[in-house]
Write a protein that binds this ligand. Structure first.
Ligand SMILES: *[C@@H]1O[C@H](CO)[C@@H](O)[C@H](O)[C@H]1NC(C)=O
Ligand SMILES: *[C@@H]1O[C@H](CO)[C@@H](O)[C@H](O)[C@H]1NC(C)=O
Ligand SMILES: *[C@@H]1O[C@H](CO)[C@@H](O)[C@H](O)[C@H]1NC(C)=O
Length: 253
């Protein structure tokens, strides 16, 4: 009975697995790849997805609202704080993409990086970007409030191989003319080699459930096999024992 139920569950899961074969999701890319920019910066969002023949329209959404149904690129010439938020896109043969976050700051400096989560050993490129690329001097990159690197003239800061010690909150500061200006802080996460498995794409729940059901089925089957074997083996022995006892009993008397 249990086995039947489990096998039915298995069938349901397998069919769920087959239904999951939907068209792939579209993907939004930022160009340049900075997800934090300053007001006035130009940003291009690109949509990657498949198109049906004769339908090259790309739908763009900002914070859930439709904004454009034309090109595979969405161009922001001079970003404003209101352009911050989640962007998604969709093409005729793709599913709605996952969101990409854009943050537009109103300030003198912004710390930029292509992404904020790194594996141990990967290079980290940081950029202290100033408003309208205004010249910036005496630039310090700080980690957890302590100066990490100093440049007389603004320069990108490269960490060739990230270590767990590079994990922390970062900002940069420097002089614009005589003005001492700072960026906001951003967290950089460096995942140790031991936590590598955490960052690997986790299998969808139905695949996990599928494996679990297989393991349970195997356990139940094995249990059944042994119990049946025991039952097959034990009764004759008992019967013989009984017979032996019975045959002995009369002699005892
Ligand atoms: C083209 O595809 C979009 C989905 O991206 C859809 O909304 C639209 O109706 C399609 N246009 C035509 C003419 O089929
Ligand atoms: C990494 O840094 C973040 C803050 O930037 C902190 O919340 C987190 O606990 C740190 N992780 C480790 C393993 O040190
Ligand atoms: C900017 O101000 C901070 C304190 O807020 C100071 O430690 C730093 O030296 C100043 N930077 C320059 C280049 O003067």
């Amino acid at each position: 009975m249990w086995q039947l139920l489990l096998q039915m569950a298995l069938l349901v899961l397998v069919s769920a697995d087959m239904q999951a074969a939907d068209p792939p999701k579209a993907v939004v890319f930022l160009e340049p790849s900075w997800d934090r920019v300053l007001q006035g910066d130009s940003v291009t969002l690109k949509c990657q997805g498949d198109y049906a023949p004769g339908n090259t329209s790309t739908e763009w959404f900002h914070n859930g609202s439709f904004i454009s149904g034309q090109n595979s690129s969405y161009f922001i010439e001079a970003a404003r704080v209101e352009d911050s938020g989640e962007y998604r896109c969709q093409t005729s043969l793709s599913m709605l993409s996952d969101p990409v976050q854009l943050r537009v700051h109103n300030g003198w400096l912004v710390l930029q990086a292509p992404r904020w989560v790194f594996q141990e050993g990967e290079p980290i490129h940081l950029r202290c970007h100033s408003w309208k690329n205004t010249p910036l001097r005496l630039v310090t990159y700080l980690q957890d409030g302590k100066g990490k690197r100093f440049y007389h003239w603004n320069s990108e800061h490269h960490i060739p191989k990230a270590t767990p010690r590079d994990n922390g909150s970062y900002f940069c500061r420097g002089l614009v003319g005589k003005k001492n200006v700072s960026s906001e802080t951003v967290n950089i996460i460096v995942q140790g080699s031991t936590s590598l498995s955490v960052s690997l794409p986790f299998p969808p729940w139905h695949q996990v459930a599928f494996c679990l059901v297989m393991v349970i089925l195997f356990a139940v089957d094995t249990g059944l096999y042994f119990s049946v074997q025991r039952k097959l083996r034990s009764p004759p022995r008992n019967w013989k024992d009984h017979k032996f006892k019975w045959s002995q009993d009369p002699q005892d008397q």
